[in-house]
Design a protein around this ligand. Sequence first.
Ligand SMILES: NC(=O)C1=CN([C@@H]2O[C@H](COP(=O)(O)OP(=O)(O)OC[C@H]3O[C@@H](n4cnc5c(N)ncnc54)[C@H](O)[C@@H]3O)[C@@H](O)[C@H]2O)C=CC1
Ligand SMILES: O=C(O)CCC(=O)C(=O)O
Length: 489
Amino acid sequence: MTTQAQQTVTYRNYVNGEWVAASTQQLDASINPANKSEIVGYVQKSGKEDLDRAVQAAKSAQIGWRKLSGATRGDYLYKVADILEKRTDEIAETMTREMGKTLPEAKGETARGVAILRYYAGEGMREIGNVIPSTDSEALMFTTRVPLGVVGVITPWNFPVAIPVWKIAPALIYGNTVVFKPAQETAVTAAKVIQCFAEAGVPAGVVNMVMGDGPVIGHGIAAHPGIDGVTFTGSEQVGKSVGQTALARGAKYQLEMGGKNPVIVLADADLDQAVEATIIGGLRSTGQKCTATSRVIVERAVYEPFKEKLLARVNELKIGDGREKETWMGPCASEKQLRTVLHYIEKGVEEGATLLCGGKQPDGEALKNGFYVEPTVFEHVNSGMTIAQEEIFGPVLALMKVDSLEEAIELANDVEYGLSASIFTKNIGHILAFIQDIDAGLVRINAETAGVELQAPFGGMKQSSSHSREQGRAAIEFFTAVKTVFIKP
Ligand SMILES: NC(=O)C1=CN([C@@H]2O[C@H](COP(=O)(O)OP(=O)(O)OC[C@H]3O[C@@H](n4cnc5c(N)ncnc54)[C@H](O)[C@@H]3O)[C@@H](O)[C@H]2O)C=CC1
Ligand SMILES: O=C(O)CCC(=O)C(=O)O
């Protein structure tokens, strides 16, 4: 019989084409949030010296990588995609064990990583500039694009495959080299993604991974003079400090941060469709998506039937280990996240909202060792309450009642964030008003607030992002700089 000690692997940093232990000789255990006594793997707790080596490797590899044709860089990404695709089941299983989302969700995310790699592989063959008529009739004027140089990639734990891939793939295709710092909570999954780059033969130094704590390696990336651009996804507080640190030394930065995403349900909505989208948008991945539905704003005429249908569906959801077939919703990704969610639930009750269902850790022998929380629905929530304003990042929905579309949009916009927003209605006039007036980077009609597509721009308004966009062709704006060229015979 194999023991856990025999099975538990130690994952190393990837620097200059080699798997290396951190100079600190310190490790963290990455644990399974569905069963906190299960160690998924040991990961490096690196120091500044490890980061310096990775930056040096990325710098040395940069010119060689930039000088390859886009098509050749694309061929490497196609190879990475093929390898990731072959390893989908294994990597998805690791993701579920390491951060708790259900296996079908983890498989879907890994498949999305494959599709993103292929999308950006093709990008190596697409145009990178425009010809602009010069006022000099003998001259040729055009724009072209060049890479930034070395890009630092700082990612969270909620999409441990998709987010790193949607940052690393465009960075590489446009000719940058990368220093990647994954969230420590999901560093095993990240290491498996980087194994795919290594196995595909991506040249040494082009992709480097340094695991470690945010304030050490994450901050170190933002502050490092050898890093030309920093792309970050995570909390608003950390994002802003990353942005300020990068700006202070004149580096380019891009931040994707929180959301407080509303769904509006109008009186003429298909209520079954709206309920299903609210459940999926709000509670899939245990509500741990920046695009998750958090506020549910319902017109008075349909409030009661909507609430009844919603509660009936929520009460059916099966909580459990994401590896089990019957499980609909897994645990929170970490103890810290569980504490945050419970804190917000407590705050909701304290501030006078009415708890309709959930609100606590579920009972049951099978669940007592994991970071589980019940899907939770509040009503009588007003905009002044903390649960109506702050990002919870957990399976918590706040119901709010309104009398008109205008009131609904006003309420929806009454937060600091502006990432995604949905409306359920059949009225074209209401749809057009919503598209026009809602403060959100992703505007969704008769669809859940989550559900990002890789070929379209992704990003938010207000405090949700640094006003930049990721994914699709929009990625070229961050990962390259424009040169305007004027040629005269
Ligand atoms: N927009 C999104 O997709 C995400 C939002 N969040 C929000 O953030 C809250 C806290 O989650 P955390 O994991 O603590 O997020 P976080 O913002 O602390 O972590 C995100 C990444 O930043 C790194 N980091 C941490 N401190 C840093 C620093 N001082 N300088 C540079 N990098 C640093 C982390 O190691 C991780 O790689 C959640 O409750 C949720 O509200 C969390 C994850 C993803
Ligand atoms: O909804 C999605 O698929 C992406 C969400 C996201 O980027 C995030 O939560 O960080």
